[in-house]
Design a protein around this ligand. Structure first.
Ligand SMILES: Cc1cc2nc3c(=O)[nH]c(=O)nc-3n(C[C@H](O)[C@H](O)[C@H](O)COP(=O)(O)O)c2cc1C
Length: 149
């Protein structure tokens, strides 16, 4: 059995946390928020997942800081993100980013996440009710593949 950790920050509406908690109900892995992860050594993990919402086109800065600090301990990485517009492009971008840093990359999962940032608040937010049941089911398929491959 692969040993997997996921490190996350989920601050806007706990959208990413909702996905991760669903995965935790179904699969065996260690889940840390970035603060808990600070003093953990990740060398013993086969893969480390980085997870957050997208903020101004990026994963949360605390997750990226965590990655830089623990880079030497990480062998293989995957990404789980939620975002208001539901766009896939961030996964591709981070694949390039992690490969450039010499890491194996095993994939990215994304889905929409309820977003009330800035002007979206006035209209009651976008991506309402996301992550929904379908998003959670898709996340499970993704995670199953991470465990298999
Ligand atoms: C400050 C801020 C910036 C954001 N920037 C983006 C963005 O660039 N692209 C996008 O699609 N969503 C953006 N969003 C929406 C979040 O990515 C989305 O709501 C996400 O699901 C939040 O995840 P969380 O609840 O786990 O923190 C932004 C939200 C906030 C609060």
């Amino acid at each position: 059995m692969k040993k997997i950790a996921v490190v996350y920050q989920s601050v806007h509406h706990s959208n990413t946390k909702k996905v991760l908690e669903h995965l935790r109900e179904k699969f065996e892995f260690d889940l840390f928020d970035v603060k808990q992860a600070e003093n953990v050594n990740f060398s013993a993990y086969d893969e480390v997942g980085l997870a957050s919402g997208i903020y101004f086109g990026k994963l949360h800065s605390k997750v990226l800081e965590f990655f830089e600090k623990h880079l030497d301990e990480i062998k293989k990485v995957f990404v789980i993100y939620t975002c208001g517009d539901g766009r896939k492009k961030h996964g591709k971008k981070y694949e390039k980013f992690f490969r450039k840093r010499g890491l194996d990359f095993s994939g990215a999962f994304h889905c929409k996440g309820y977003d009330t940032f800035g002007p979206f608040k006035i209209i009651g937010g976008i991506a309402k009710k996301h992550p929904d049941e379908k998003d959670l089911a898709n996340a499970c398929v993704f995670f199953e593949n991470i465990l298999k491959n």
